[in-house]
Design a protein around this ligand. Sequence first.
Ligand SMILES: [Zn+2]
Length: 111
Amino acid sequence: MFGFSSGGFGSWNLASRNPDVFGAMAVLSADSWLDMTHSCVDVSRRVIATAEPAATANATLVAVAAENTRERCSFCGKRRHQLDGLASSGDVLICSDCVKLCDEIVAEQLV
Ligand SMILES: [Zn+2]
């Protein structure tokens, strides 16, 4: 799936919520989504590291306990038992592996 601008936001949104349907996605110029993502990654990292809830401008994230083995990352599809940590904001979840990948992308200035 490929999306540009608002279509990029839509592509990211659909692909992240349906990892079993889409094998890959590309997003171009979805600036507001990327800015929001950067702040969410920082908060997600903190929630996973401390297991304490934390809030972004738009949502509150909580850590997913290890015994919730069926919960899965909205981005990569890995389940909680396959991960060091998982943070949830309602029906959107991000894992420790995806947070690490986001950090690598930012460090390499790929966005
Ligand atoms: Zn993930």
